[in-house]
Design a protein around this ligand. Structure first.
Ligand SMILES: Nc1ncnc2c1ncn2[C@@H]1O[C@H](COP(=O)(O)OP(=O)(O)OP(=O)(O)O)[C@@H](O)[C@H]1O
Length: 644
């Protein structure tokens, strides 16, 4: 009998707080499920049926594999009959030639059975791994298109476990579970019929033994799976602690918190060990019953059958055949509990998969996109822009009290550099995110050259407007590939020019393989300033019409800052730019400054004007020189300064 059961990697639970999800209703930005809780699914069948679009592609191999498996088990079931016939025939009659034929038949049946199982595996492996790969690809593609707000809510581990564990459970279902649910049911029924034809009492013995065996394995499997889910969560926690302690090793060492974290890690490891021990105990129990019950069956059959042989109502061959059938049916009976539990796991995995796939891609291309007037001039206008992060909820939200932006009006004229200044947490990053539609305003509108951003194709918008974030995320790839993320078609000269502009060429040239040097995980092999300069190069390589830079000098030392500032000044000339500025050196790059206060732009003007007229601005950006009445921030040469 087949035993190609991948080590079970049970899926996590679906979200019990979202009973509307599994049925396939598109969900709004859902949150991940609370850990360790069990699924509140409306229907496992419905969850499995949701896999049918993917099952369609494996239908033919699935039917073929089921038929092959069925033929294999029928060949297996024929063996006890052949053995019984051999004992009652050639063995009893001492017919050596006949015995040779019967031995050959048993051998042939065994070969046919194993050959058919091999063919079944071969037929299923290609299509089912293809389905898994396609589902994973679709999930990844969907995740890329979900709004940032979705990713704010979902921890990466939750998404990772769906992409790896849940899809592997679904593959196992297509390749094995679904096939053997059908095949084992038929095997048990056929085996029972054969036993019944030999002796109804022996068939009854099998039923009496088989039902509790299946029920016990089913019950233990459910408990085992819930322990497995818990272990999986705990392994995730352990991995997170491990990962954070490696990534944050500098912080931990400098704070002297290594021991504290080690204790925390040890406690988590103990918890995981406890769960693993419970799993082992459960397995011990289930195997005890799996071993004991059939042995009781064999004993009962020998007692009843032996009596029959002694009294002449049964032949020795029939008794041997009956006992061999019982032994053969052991795996199908034992595995039914496991198979039902796997089907249940698959239903959960399906729910969890569709939970993400059903999340709405709120930010999409419009049905009838507008074209940007060419060439793009780069006039960026915020008109009464309002924004609220979803999920803070409640009456307050309805009253608008928790809006981060409460009616921002701001116009960036083509080619100007506008600095955005405001207290920490006032919404500067939020405003910059709206410019490339990482989120849409909850009120008002933003236009580029007079066209509402929501009317533009996302590709057009994001070619015209590029952003470099304060936290410069780099990918595990070469320097060149990282820069080219900003413009995949950029030539070598353009990449080098962008690096020069970002004042990154010198340090990149000094790397062991220059532009081909792979940057480690999160660009850790580079300093903060170097990472920021690469991110800047990535933003400018596409030569966008509008450049949004979130505090582009924050990680630079004074010397580098001065050099990058000079380079940036060249980049910014002729491009409309919005710079989030926390300090005078960044403001120095700007033609005008906008002050964001209380969710609105309360003043726009030159640095000097705002210093003179806005106490809030003075509090944020005045230097000691300013306080002395001498302005420490130089006016950029040749700036056309205009007020709103
Ligand atoms: N994903 C989010 N979900 C909910 N609230 C958020 C989210 N991101 C930011 N906020 C809140 O929105 C407000 C504005 O945040 P934002 O990051 O835009 O401020 P900021 O002016 O850029 O701050 P800083 O100068 O410190 O970078 C803050 O109160 C912040 O807590």
């Amino acid at each position: 009998m087949d035993t190609d059961t991948d080590t079970a990697a049970p899926a996590n639970t679906a979200d019990p707080t979202r009973p509307d999800l599994p049925g396939g209703h598109p969900s709004e930005l859902s949150s991940p499920p609370p850990r360790g809780e069990t699924a509140a699914r409306r229907s496992a069948t419905r969850a499995l049926l949701r896999l049918s679009p993917y099952a369609g592609t494996v239908r033919t191999p699935l039917v073929t594999a089921t038929l092959l498996a069925l033929l294999a088990v029928l060949a297996g079931l024929a063996m006890p009959l052949a053995i019984g016939a051999a004992i009652d025939g050639p063995v009893a009659e001492r017919d050596l030639a006949g015995l040779g034929w019967m031995a050959g038949l048993v051998l042939l049946l065994g070969l046919v059975e194993s050959g058919l199982h091999l063919a079944r595996r071969r037929i299923m492996s290609g299509p089912t791994t293809a389905v898994e790969a396609r589902m994973r690809q679709d999930l990844f593609h969907h995740l890329q298109r979900l709004p940032v707000a979705f990713h704010d809510r979902w921890p990466s581990g939750q998404l990772l476990s769906r992409a790896v564990n849940d899809l592997s459970t679904i593959r196992r279902f297509f390749a094995f579970t679904s096939v053997f649910l059908v095949v084992n049911t038929i095997t048990i029924l056929v085996g029972l019929a054969i036993l019944f034809s030999i002796s109804p009492v022996l068939a009854l013995i099998m039923v009496v033994i088989g039902i509790p065996t299946a029920l016990i394995t089913l019950r233990v499997e459910f408990r085992y799976n819930s322990e497995s889910r818990l272990a999986q969560d705990q392994q995730g926690d352990l991995a997170t602690t491990f990962e954070e302690s490696v990534l944050g090793v500098r912080v931990l060492k400098s704070l002297g918190r290594g021991r504290h974290l080690a204790r925390h890690f040890a406690a988590q490891a103990r918890q995981l060990r406890g769960t693993e021990l419970r799993k082992i105990h459960l397995l011990g129990w289930v195997w005890m019953w799996i071993m004991v019950l059939p042995e009781i069956g064999v004993a009962a059959m020998i007692a009843y059958g032996g009596y029959g042989v002694a009294t002449g109502t049964m032949t020795v061959g029939s008794l041997v055949a009956a006992i061999t059938i019982l032994a053969y049916l052991r795996f199908p009976i034992d595995s039914m509990g496991w198979l039902f539990s796997e089907a249940n796991e698959t239903a959960t995995a399906s729910d969890r998969y569709w939970e993400v796939r059903d999340s709405l891609r709120e930010i999409e291309d419009p049905a009838e996109p507008a074209d940007l007037p060419r060439p793009v001039r780069g006039e960026l206008r915020f008109e009464d822009v309002r924004f609220r992060y979803s999920g803070s909820g409640g009456a307050e939200e309805r009253a608008g009290d928790d809006e981060v932006l409460r009616g921002v009006d701001l116009t960036l004229v083509p080619g100007e550099t506008m600095a955005l200044v405001g207290a920490t947490g006032c919404g500067k990053t939020t405003l910059t995110a709206l410019a490339s539609r990482l989120a849409d305003p909850t009120g008002g509108r933003i236009t580029l050259d007079g066209v509402d951003l929501r009317d533009l194709r996302l590709a057009d918008l994001r070619t015209a407007v590029t952003t470099a974030f304060e936290d410069p995320v780099l990918f595990s790839a070469s320097v060149r590939e990282n820069v080219r993320l900003g413009a995949p078609d950029a030539t070598e000269e353009e990449v080098v020019a962008a690096l020069r502009v970002a004042h990154a060429l010198d340090f990149v040239s000094a790397l062991p393989w220059g532009l081909d040097t792979r940057i480690g995980e999160q660009g850790l092999s580079l300093s903060g300033g170097q990472r920021q300069r690469l991110a800047l190069a990535r933003a400018v390589v596409a030569r966008p019409a509008v450049l949004v830079l979130d505090d582009p000098l924050s990680a630079l030392d004074v010397h580098t800052e001065a050099e990058v500032e000079a380079a940036l000044r060249r980049v910014l000339s002729g491009v409309t730019s919005l710079l989030v500025a926390h300090r005078p050196s960044t403001v120095r790059l700007a033609d005008r400054v906008a002050l964001l206060e209380g969710g609105r732009v309360t003043a726009v003007g030159t640095h000097h004007e705002l210093l003179a007229s806005e106490p809030g601005y003075r509090a944020l950006l005045a230097t000691p020189d300013d306080e002395d009445g001498r302005d420490g921030v130089a006016e950029p040469a040749g700036n056309e300064v205009s007020s709103r």
